[in-house]
Design a protein around this ligand. Structure first.
Ligand code: RIB
Ligand code: CA
Length: 312
């Protein structure tokens, strides 16, 4: 993408991996706004976490609360992964900083006019806010440079059910609205993220460095690192950080395929599953550029620099 600065609107449900992605966005791009989704631990916690994180990294980016509920059916969060408060239950001192009065969906529409054809929207949580913005203004995609979504499981290996990934599974109707009406977007799915976990030892060595960011991330990630270890994983899956790295440096993607992807809304066993038409059987036009391999070293360098470690 050359050296043009990446202007970012991030829709997010912080969440530990969201936090690293937001740190990365501030190191490698320009953040014009954060839209907050309920997702991982509910809107009150995710908003408080976003505000606290921005204080820690010294960011003045505005924070816009989004939808407190899904579009249709209620959903369960992921406190068992991220901690009840979404940031490892460290009991951090909340910031006095407040969120903006404007709704995330309205802020996104306004910023798409303020930065015509310049915004890269990165969705790191359920797609409720983007679906609402798109429903209010179907012309939104014509004013946006790129849409990158962390979500889905392209061969049905889910993390929140047998077949569904959390962000899509939390609000399948919202994902359906975006996937079916946006046009082409870039997808970083859960299965790709599992293939690009961060080796435990390497992350621990970075977190042992002094400095506000390593210390903060070490604290908020303690629970999720223990969860990951107990799951017997080779390393920590930082899904949102991988999606952010792809948004910031698209050249990290070593292989991808353009395919049609749709969301199952009614399956008793498969609600929230993302169904990819790999062999063009359904006659639907491709709507997703599905990343399939990433430069792992390049990704890890970006993570290290996001934590404030010089040249990773
Ligand atoms: O499935 C992974 C996604 O769900 C990540 O965005 C994580 O933060 C959770 O929201
Ligand atoms: Ca997230």
């Amino acid at each position: 993408m050359g050296d043009q600065e990446t202007v970012l609107f991030i829709d997010t449900d912080p969440g530990v991996d969201d936090a690293l992605a937001i740190m990365m966005a501030h190191v490698f791009g320009r953040v014009v706004g954060l839209g907050i989704a309920a997702g991982n631990v509910g809107l009150a916690h995710t908003t408080a976490n976003a505000l606290k994180l921005l204080d820690v990294i010294g960011s003045e980016a505005p924070v816009f609360r989004g939808a407190p509920q899904t579009l249709v059916r209620p959903a369960h969060g992921a406190a068992h992964v991220h901690g009840a408060d979404g940031f490892g239950d460290t009991g951090y001192l909340p910031t006095s900083r407040g969120s903006d009065a404007e709704h995330a969906s309205l802020a996104l529409l306004r910023l798409s006019h303020a930065h015509p054809c310049a915004l890269t929207i990165v969705v790191l949580g359920p797609l409720t806010n983007l679906a609402l913005a798109l429903s209010l203004d179907p012309a939104l995609p014509t004013r946006v440079r790129r849409l990158v979504v962390m979500g889905g499981a392209v061969t049905g290996q889910g993390n929140t059910s047998a077949t569904a990934e959390f962000n899509v599974g939390f609000d399948p109707e919202a994902a359906h609205v975006v996937f079916s009406r946006w046009g082409e977007f870039q997808l970083v799915d859960w299965e790709l993220c599992m293939r690009h976990a961060l080796p435990e030892g390497r992350l621990e060595s970075w977190l042992a460095h002094g400095g506000a960011r390593p210390a903060f991330f070490a604290a908020i990630s303690r629970k999720i690192r223990a969860f990951s270890h107990d799951q017997g994983r080779a390393g920590l899956v930082l899904a949102d950080a991988l999606a952010m790295a792809v948004a910031l440096q698209p050249e990290l993607v070593l292989a991808s395929r353009r395919r049609s992807i749709r969301v199952e809304l009614d399956g008793f066993l498969t609600r929230g599953a993302t169904v990819v038409d790999w062999n063009g059987r359904g006659g639907q036009p491709p709507n997703a550029l599905i990343a399939e391999a990433i430069d792992q070293q390049g990704f890890e360098r970006m993570v290290a620099e996001s934590l404030g470690l010089a040249n990773g």
